[in-house]
Design a protein around this ligand. Structure first.
Ligand SMILES: Cc1cc2nc3c(=O)[nH]c(=O)nc-3n(C[C@H](O)[C@H](O)[C@H](O)COP(=O)(O)OP(=O)(O)OC[C@H]3O[C@@H](n4cnc5c(N)ncnc54)[C@H](O)[C@@H]3O)c2cc1C
Length: 276
């Protein structure tokens, strides 16, 4: 089984973080990722930074670059300006997302594109040459009415023209494989790349799971609780868990792996060294 993988980064917040991130990207590039992707802030703030940084990665490296782009609260012109810039820069793949609706302005839901499938249609029609990725949720999106409704909504994105999907992170591979089986039953056959979140920090992982609606299985949660005051043991345990999870996914048919790096190298590099 050959190992193919991609890496997700968020845009650096200042010059110092940017210098560090270039170093991280340079280390990872030796491992030949399929692509790297750069997240896009739905709340405003770091949007321009994302666009600028994504274009710089494309210009200054040989890495294939995927630009995340959210549609919540934006109109067609605003989104087209960004898509035009990406097209001019030679970026060919967009991860088309709705984004999180800001709690302070829920009325933005009624924007031009209320859900990602509308945004996918828009890109597919106006920019037919872009390859389009979308998000998938093996444990169901937190705002979905139920599992079946979420699956139907996922299919709308595929029918609108999505070429591939990347999942939210999860810790029980059963969730991923069940989701894949359900997709097949709905005639969804695009590659669905599992998202892997290496656990490195107790507080951070608890915060992230709450935010994203991913469950920590009981055995994992119990062990993390035991290790919470031993950061070195926690890190080693997190690497071991993610490496086993990744290997099992690849061995059982996952098309590749997508790592949420949190802009750091050590954990993901050690995981990559342990999988084949
Ligand atoms: C791999 C990955 C990368 C991400 N990157 C970013 C990022 O860079 N920036 C960022 O801000 N966020 C990012 N997110 C988070 C994402 O923006 C949020 O999860 C957001 O709440 C949903 O976005 P979506 O594109 O999945 O939305 P949608 O697919 O639109 O789904 C959102 C919710 O609406 C429901 N729904 C969908 N379509 C319909 C419909 N037609 N009618 C009724 N209900 C519907 C769905 O069931 C779901 O509950 C990422 C998520 C993943 C998995």
């Amino acid at each position: 089984m050959s190992k193919t993988f991609s890496l997700e980064f968020f845009p650096p917040k200042n010059a110092q973080a940017e210098a560090k991130l270039w170093d991280v990207i340079s280390k990872f590039s030796e491992y030949n990722p399929d692509f790297i992707s750069i997240t896009y802030g739905a709340g405003g703030g770091d949007r321009e930074r994302t666009v600028e940084f994504t274009c710089r990665v494309k210009q200054d490296t040989n890495l294939s670059t995927v630009a995340h782009l959210t549609c919540v609260g934006d109109n067609e012109d605003e989104l087209s300006q960004i898509l035009d810039r990406y097209q001019t820069q030679g970026i060919t793949t967009i991860l088309a997302l709705r984004g999180d609706i800001p709690k302070s302005a829920p009325e933005q839901k009624s924007g031009v594109f209320p859900y990602a499938d509308h945004f996918v249609s828009f890109i597919r029609n106006r920019y037919p040459e872009f390859k389009i990725g979308v998000a998938a949720y093996p444990e169901v999106h937190p705002q979905a009415a139920n599992r079946e409704a979420d699956l139907i909504n996922f299919k709308k994105k595929v029918d609108a023209g999505a070429d591939f999907a990347i999942t939210q992170f999860f810790f029980d591979n059963k969730d991923y494989f069940e989701f894949i089986s359900e997709c097949k039953l709905k005639d969804i056959h695009i590659p669905i790349i599992p998202g892997i979140m290496p656990i490195t920090d107790f507080k951070q992982i608890n915060k992230l799971t709450q935010l994203c609606g991913s469950q920590l299985p009981m055995w994992l949660s119990k062990r993390l609780e035991e290790l919470k005051d031993d950061p070195i043991a926690m890190q080693e345990f997190g690497i071991e868990v993610a490496a086993k999870q990744s290997q099992d996914l690849l061995d059982n048919g996952a098309p590749s792996l997508h790592f949420f790096t949190m802009n750091r190298t050590p954990a993901v590099l050690k995981i990559l060294e342990r999988i084949s």
